[in-house]
Every structure is written in C-alpha cells, then in structure tokens.
Design a protein around this ligand. Structure first.
Ligand SMILES: Nc1ncnc2c1ncn2[C@@H]1O[C@H](COP(=O)(O)OP(=O)(O)OP(=O)(O)O)[C@@H](O)[C@H]1O
Ligand SMILES: [Mg+2]
Length: 259
C-alpha cells in the first residue's frame, strides 16, 4: 500500500481575474500532520474548498488513494474519506450537540425513502449507533460535552463549540481531516488546550492525515510533521518547521522580514 493519501497536481482556482490557487502541487501521506500557512488571502481556504468540492477547480488533478475526486460532489468526497471544519463556525447553535455532530455522519447513511418507510429496524439501529459514536468521540475531547449530548450548542463555551465541530468532522471516520484555523478567536490557553486534544486524538488515529491551517507559529511548530507555505495561491515553501523559519522567501512573504 502506497503511503500517499492525497495527491494534487497543478491545482488552479480563479475567481474572475484573481488566481486564488496557482498550479498547486501537493502530496499528503497517511498519518502525517501538515501545517498549512500563508498570509491572509493566500489561498488556504480555497484549497480546502476545492478539495471538498465546495468550489470547482479550473485545472489540475485531485486523487485520494488513487481515486479521482476532481469535480466530485461534496457528499461523494465526504464518503471517500475527506472531512473538514470551517474557518467561520458552521454550527446550528439552537440544535443539540448530537444533531450537530450527527450531520457529519449523514453522507455515510442510507437515507432513501425505502429505508425510511420499510426498514425501520435498520434505521433505528443506525440512529443508536450514531448516538453511541457521537458520545464516544465527544468524550475523547471533554466528558462534559458527552454528558450533555442533547443540550443546545449555544450553552457551550467557544472552545467546546470548536471541539464539537471537530467531532462532526471525525464521526464519519475520515482518512483526511482539514482544519481551517480551529483556534481562531481563542485565548492562548484555550488554543494550547485544543492542540493538546488534537495531539491526543492524532495518537489514537495513527493513519489519519491532518492538514491544519493556522497563523500561530508556535502551534504549527508543535503539531506539524511538515509545513507548506502559500503566497498569492502559489506554494513558496514545503519542508520542516525549522526550514520554514529560515527560508528567505517565507520571511519576506509571510513574516514581513527583509521587505
Ligand atoms: N468565493 C469567492 N469569490 C471571489 N473571490 C474569492 C472567493 N473565495 C476566495 N476568494 C479570494 O481568493 C483569495 C484567496 O482566499 P482564501 O479565502 O483562500 O485565503 P486564505 O489564505 O484562506 O486567507 P485567510 O488567512 O484570510 O483565511 C482571496 O483574494 C479571496 O478574496
Ligand atoms: Mg482562510
């Protein structure tokens, strides 16, 4: 079995005259955590949107385990094993923790009319399994979330809401997890706590590949096996964290040094 999980070549996305992603080549291996960094507007979220089918790329290839995902619908990509969180929270605040987490399992369920009408036992079994799995995943992050599975998300603090979003991404047992600035809006202590969670579930899921978009360099240093830097949609660096810090183009583009 090849260790390559995701392979993209020449991935390009334009919005009118703006090139948001410019012939991006990337290979992500099973079990590794990539720190994806770059200045505002450099194409990080666009990369996630293109990979997850939320926007169609103009050119390039996207292969997950050799399977062509170019132009596929988001639910197909979800079924293939790609899950994500969003930079701006996409929680349904007045719905329960369970409802919010279960949404992540929907693309794996058989929700056809026939199942609903004639296979009630199977439907009930799937629902019970989903409740158990939601509770199990939530308890990995914070027992308080698992204990309050049927309370509205609005009653939880920011850090728990971020955890709930990650639980929603994990419930479908993805092979590739894309985290778009999960620590945005959190204090340094909360960020540290969330990254402890990330490292903990990484060690329990050794085959899971993670791409983490993050602006905080300490976080990138702590959790990344490898780093990629985008600038104006173009990859300007790929390598170790130490290499990133020492790279002149990164210093100029991202850290504002030498400009
Ligand atoms: N739907 C869209 N329509 C038009 N332009 C877009 C759209 N989405 C992104 N862009 C543009 O593409 C470029 C890349 O945006 P993107 O959101 O990918 O950046 P980013 O690296 O995630 O930035 P940030 O760190 O601020 O989140 C930006 O110039 C942005 O304005
Ligand atoms: Mg972004």
């Amino acid at each position: 079995m090849s260790s390559t999980l995701l392979h993209c070549a020449g991935l390009t996305k334009t919005f009118g005259g703006l090139v948001a992603l410019d012939r991006f080549d990337v290979e992500i291996r099973r079990g590794e955590t990539i720190g994806l960094v770059g200045p505002n507007g450099s194409g990080k979220t666009t990369f996630f949107n293109v990979i997850t089918g939320l926007c169609d790329p103009n050119a390039g290839t996207i292969r997950l385990d050799g399977r062509d995902l170019f132009g596929c619908a988001p639910q197909m990509i979800g079924r293939a094993g790609v899950a994500r969180t969003f930079q701006r929270s996409r929680l349904m605040l007045d719905q329960s923790v369970f409802d919010n987490i279960a949404v992540g399992a929907l693309c794996h369920c058989d929700l056809g009319l026939l199942t609903n009408l004639f296979r009630r036992a199977r439907w009930g079994r799937e629902l019970r399994e989903t409740v158990n799995r939601a509770r199990e995943i939530a308890s990995r992050f914070n027992a308080a979330i698992a204990d309050r599975l049927f309370q509205p998300v609005s009653s939880f603090p920011m850090i728990d809401r971020r955890r709930i979003e990650i639980c929603r991404a994990l419930i479908g047992r993805p092979r590739l997890l894309l985290l778009d600035e999960p620590s945005a809006g959190m204090t340094p202590d909360e960020t540290r706590e969330l990254m402890d969670d990330l490292l903990a579930f990484r060690s329990e899921m050794p085959d899971l590949a993670v791409v983490l978009v993050e602006h905080e360099m300490d976080v990138i240093r702590r959790v990344s096996d490898r780093c990629i830097v985008l600038n104006f949609g173009r990859k300007v660096f790929e390598g170790s964290f130490d290499g990133l810090i020492a790279d002149a183009e990164v210093q100029a583009a991202y850290l504002g040094i030498g400009q």
